[in-house]
Every structure is written in structure tokens, then in C-alpha cells.
Design a protein around this ligand. Structure first.
Ligand code: DX5
Ligand code: ZN
Length: 225
């Protein structure tokens, strides 16, 4: 799966930018980065914009909340129709209760780890989640360089899923482009977030297709026709 991040899109034309990656060979999800200027040193958009986007596109919205106190705020994103709501384990007080609330509100629940946050202490928590978002840059800004050291966490998560210990979809976010997606695919990622590599391209839809083709080349055994 490819999830373009609208952080690198034109914020004045979000509906058009969503449409630019939609279509049969296009994006699987649209990744929406919510930042509060507290958990990360940047400020983007919030629930009203997600609600407006929901009405403007059929693409499932993958909301990545880089915010403090997700225990309080995450539920609102499920209520306005986000498909998947990801919170940061470093910010959540009760991640298990939070996942239950998100699912009860009709969304999938996602848990994200910053590059320096280990996976092992959170494996039991992840049994309550649908997606694991491994950050491959420090959260806060698009266009940063991929941190390859996080692939150890991806491999471990892949192993836990393949052996039936976890049921999460493994997602990666940060610095993913045509040169880095191969290593992430080989490590076992299911869903690739890409901001600048998609919206920085002349043709965003072609960029999505090129990323997917590269994944299929390196991991043909993981694709069913
Ligand atoms: C960064 C965000 C990412 C960002 C990725 O904090 O979570 O989703 O959009 O952008 P690129 O793909 O440019 O690294
Ligand atoms: Zn993100």
C-alpha cells in the first residue's frame, strides 16, 4: 500500500491534491499529518480540516496524530470519519483504552513509534492495535532523510506478524522515496507513507505508481495477483 502524505501538498488545494493521487493505480490511503506545536515543533491542521477532506475524497484517511494528550483528542478524528487514527506511544497515557475507544468509534487504531523508541516494550499494547507506524525520521517535518536503523524494528514487527503474535499492518513514515523504499520493502513494510516523493513530483499519480512498482520488484513473493 502507498499512502501519500498531504503534508507536502498545496494546503490551499487539498481536494485537488487528493484527487491527483486517487484512481485505480493510485494511492491506497491518504496520510494526514496532524501536528499541535507541542508534541512536535510544527503546526498543521486539525479535526475540521479532516472532516472537510473526508467529504472531498473517497480515499481512506490515515490520520497521524503528532499531538500531546491523544487520549483526549484522537476520538474526534474517528468520529469525523478517519479510516485509521494513529497516536504516538510516547504521548498516550492509556494506549490500550485509547485503541478500544477508536475501534468503538468505527476507526482502525494505529500506534506510532519515534525513531528512538524501541518496539519490544510495546508489543503487548500492539495486540490491541490494527496498524504500527514506524517513524523513519523525527516527526515534525517532511523532506528529511530516511533513518535506516529503524528497519530493525520493522523486521521484528514483520516476524511477530508472520508468526501470528501480532496482527498489525506495518507502516513506515519518513524519507521514503524511490531510493529508500526498496530497503523498507525488504524489511517487511506493508504500507509506505511518502510526502515529498509524491507531491514534490511533477506527476504525483505517476510517482505513486513508480513507488508501488519498485516494491513489487523487490518483494514479488508478497504480492498476490
Ligand atoms: C513527518 C510526517 C510525515 C511526512 C513525511 O513528521 O509524519 O508523514 O509527511 O514526509 P516525507 O515523505 O517527505 O519524509
Ligand atoms: Zn506522518
Amino acid at each position: 500500500m502507498i499512502a501519500p502524505s498531504i503534508l507536502s501538498a498545496d494546503f490551499a488545494r487539498l481536494a485537488d491534491e487528493a484527487a491527483a493521487v486517487a484512481g485505480p493505480a493510485g494511492a491506497d490511503w491518504l496520510h494526514v499529518d496532524v501536528m499541535d506545536n507541542h508534541f512536535v515543533p510544527n503546526l498543521t491542521l486539525g479535526q475540521p480540516v479532516v472532516e472537510a477532506l473526508r467529504a472531498a475524497t473517497d480515499l481512506p484517511l490515515d490520520c497521524h496524530l503528532m499531538i500531546d494528550d491523544p487520549d483526549r483528542w484522537a476520538i474526534g478524528y474517528a468520529e469525523v470519519g478517519a479510516h485509521n487514527v494513529t497516536v504516538h506511544v510516547e504521548a498516550a497515557a492509556d494506549p490500550v483504552g485509547l485503541a478500544k475507544n477508536l475501534r468503538a468509534a468505527g476507526a482502525q487504531a494505529g500506534l506510532s513509534l519515534k525513531p528512538g523508541t524501541p518496539l519490544e516494550p510495546h508489543v503487548e499494547t500492539l495486540r490491541h492495535y490494527d496498524t504500527l507506524l514506524v517513524m523513519s525520521v523525527e516527526p515534525g517535518f517532511g523532506g528529511q532523510s530516511f533513518i535506516p536503523e529503524v528497519l530493525g524494528k520493522v523486521r521484528e514487527a514483520r516476524r511477530l506478524v508472520d508468526t501470528g503474535h501480532l496482527r498489525v499492518l506495518v507502516e513506515i513514515d519518513g524519507g521514503i522515496g524511490i531510493d529508500t523504499i526498496e530497503a523498507a520493502a525488504e524489511a517487511g513494510v506493508d504500507c509506505f507513507v511518502a510526502g515529498s516523493a509524491v507531491y514534490g513530483a511533477d506527476d504525483p499519480a505517476r510517482a505513486v505508481a513508480a513507488l508501488r512498482d519498485r516494491v513489487r520488484e523487490v518483494t514479488p513473493h508478497r504480492w498476490t495477483p
